[in-house]
Ligand binder design. Structure first.
Ligand SMILES: Cc1cc2nc3c(=O)[nH]c(=O)nc-3n(C[C@H](O)[C@H](O)[C@H](O)COP(=O)(O)OP(=O)(O)OC[C@H]3O[C@@H](n4cnc5c(N)ncnc54)[C@H](O)[C@@H]3O)c2cc1C
Length: 396
């Protein structure tokens, strides 16, 4: 193999891309991760990593590199309407962890550095070319490589998805988000989700003396007015956040993102596998993206990694079908719950009733959190509790 012929080219150095680089690289496949921006990378995100996501970080050997100062464990989720106690549930699987994106990225980079055969290139946008019998040609700045497998981990607006002809059509109402960090003592052991009728605010403890706040809303267009003004106007919808954030200095700039919903017709094509947001994304309302991305990477490696170690050929879409099947199952359950929560987000009165109902049925709330992160199967659906919740929704 010439130095320009590699096994795996990963496009994108976010959590999905770095996890893919580590998974394929440590197995002995010649792997290159290209990130078009700087590393460590930042991104507007709620930054709550669910217990299942933490298990993947442990298996990848990344957890050991996380600095306690920039992370904080949280017990579960607390839904808060504009008034009243709301509903809180601890995760059955143990705590989650708020992790600053820059810290997560730094830990991934440290872990990747000690893997022979894995190269990570920041500030390196990738342009993909023709697919041939030895793989796909790709230009990275002035260097050209040929890779047997292209892993598209380039996020919501994936160029790999378009290049591979896998772009689907979004039918959802458009949703946007703005996110910023504040210097203050985290005041809750939960990730708080505040509901304000037409928007939701997520507060994640993400370090000693720091919280992240992400506000999500539905609109035809991203609102104008720039990051900071946008954040201030969105936060004014959440009177319950005024007191805890009073006097808290911003510790990062406010950044907006969206529309969130993105569709891939399929996560695979000849010589291509999409992971993370590039493989399609519904909404951040249930805060699962990182955990789901890591689960997908594990599924991609399990489905094609051993095959690539014993074959010199380019994996065809058919060889990648195992991955496709596995992630469709994984994503379906998560999307079902996300769609249910999105529906409630459009019906403020029903949402308030649902939160009240969940407050009275903590077991059901806990089951929904487990099902959302794929820790229990939808087949274990608690019918009786669901019926009770449905009755509460109808009766008020
Ligand atoms: C408001 C909001 C809140 C969220 N909250 C949570 C939460 O609390 N918990 C959670 O688990 N998830 C959350 N998510 C989802 C989570 O942020 C994503 O699912 C996750 O970042 C997906 O990782 P990724 O690696 O697929 O994509 P990204 O993190 O977007 O990384 C993609 C990378 O690819 C790079 N790239 C793009 N094009 C190219 C190119 N041509 N060449 C090279 N590099 C390229 C980009 O620069 C980027 O660094 C949230 C999302 C949003 C929008």
């Amino acid at each position: 193999m010439s130095p320009d012929e590699i096994d795996v080219l990963v496009v994108g150095g976010g959590p999905a891309g770095m996890a893919a680089g580590i998974s394929f690289g440590r197995a002995g496949l010649r792997t290159l991760v290209c990130e078009r921006g700087l590393l460590p990378a930042d991104k507007p995100c709620g930054e709550g990593v669910m217990p299942t996501g933490l298990q993947y970080l442990e298996r990848l050997g990344v957890s050991a590199y996380l600095d306690q100062d920039h992370t904080r464990h949280f017990a579960g989720i607390h839904y808060l309407p504009t008034s009243g106690a709301g509903a809180a549930s601890r995760f059955a699987e143990g705590p989650g962890r708020g992790i600053r994106r820059t810290e997560l990225s730094r830990a991934f980079c440290e872990r990747a550095r000690i893997i022979d055969g894995l190269e990570v290139l920041p500030r390196t946008p990738v342009t993909l070319g023709a697919r041939g019998p030895n793989g796909t040609e790709a230009w990275l700045d002035r260097r050209k490589v040929t890779a047997r497998l292209i892993v598209g981990a380039d996020g919501l607006r994936s160029e790999v998805r378009r290049w591979a002809g896998l772009q689907g059509v979004s039918t959802q109402r458009r949703r946007f988000a703005v996110q910023q960090h504040f210097r203050c003592q985290p005041w809750s052991e939960y990730v708080e989700v505040h509901w304000a009728g037409d928007a939701e605010a997520y507060v994640t403890p993400c370090g000693r003396g720091e919280v992240g706040v992400a506000v999500l809303w539905t609109a035809e267009e991203k609102k104008s007015g720039g990051g900071q003004r946008l954040m201030e106007s969105m936060l004014s919808r959440f009177p319950r956040l005024r007191a805890p954030l009073q006097g808290a200095e911003p510790s990062s700039g406010a950044r907006a993102i969206g529309p969130m919903h993105q569709v891939a017709r399929s996560p695979v094509a000849d010589g291509v596998g999409l992971v993370g947001d590039a493989s399609g994304y519904l909404d951040a309302i249930t805060g699962e993206g990182i955990s789901l991305a890591l689960a997908q990477v594990q599924a991609l490696y399990d489905s094609i990694g051993p095959w690539m170690l014993s074959n010199d050929a380019v994996p065809s879409a058919r060889e990648l079908q195992g991955y496709s099947r596995r992630i469709l199952g994984m994503v379906r359950q998560h999307q079902l719950i996300t769609r249910l929560v999105l529906f409630l987000s459009r019906k403020p009165t029903l949402a308030e009733r649902a939160i009240k109902g969940l407050g009275r049925q903590p077991e059901l709330f806990r089951w929904l959190l487990s099902a959302n992160m794929g820790a229990v199967s939808a087949a274990s659906f608690p019918k009786l509790e669901m019926m009770r919740l449905a009755t509460a929704l109808v009766r008020g």
